[in-house]
Design a protein. Structure first.
Length: 149
């Protein structure tokens, strides 16, 4: 069975939290990658994906409310709206990235990787060994295995 170490990209393209959004978008596009780990002080602190950048172009989802006995109650969390606003108005990677991303190890099997990608919609998975970034598995790495089979 294939493992992350068999399909991962070991020459990782990384970003820093203070990278400007425009520069980060250019890096992703120029390197034809879906996302990149965000590294600060040799520690992976997040992942920035194309979806995070596309989110900047969307309309703001206004919260829904309902009234009951002259009371107004929000149907969505104020925190969710605040998080969405921060992402839409982001100027740096730290404001747009997904913080505390899910990691895999070099020994993570292909079935688990595919399950994470499909169920959690995570298409850029940092590979850590002893808390050190040793690679990245992207959806394209998984798709390439179909060509080998």
């Amino acid at each position: 069975m294939l493992k992350a170490k068999d399909i991962m990209t070991t020459e990782c393209i990384t970003l820093t939290p203070d990278t400007e959004i425009a520069a980060a978008a250019k890096i992703l596009i120029d390197n034809k990658i879906n996302g990149a780990p965000v590294v600060e002080n040799n520690e992976v602190v997040g992942v920035l994906c194309q979806a995070d950048l596309v989110a900047q172009q969307k309309k703001i989802t206004l919260p829904s409310f309902f009234t009951l006995l002259d009371g107004v109650f929000p149907l969505s969390s104020h925190d969710e709206l605040e998080k969405e606003m921060t992402k839409i108005s982001a100027l740096t990677v730290s404001e747009a990235m997904t913080p505390a991303p899910i990691f895999i190890t070099p020994e993570t099997v292909m079935e688990d990787i595919a399950t994470m990608m499909a169920n959690e919609k995570l298409y850029t998975l940092p590979v850590l060994e002893d808390d050190k970034l040793v690679g990245v598995v992207g959806k394209e790495d998984v798709l390439k295995t179909l060509l080998q089979g």
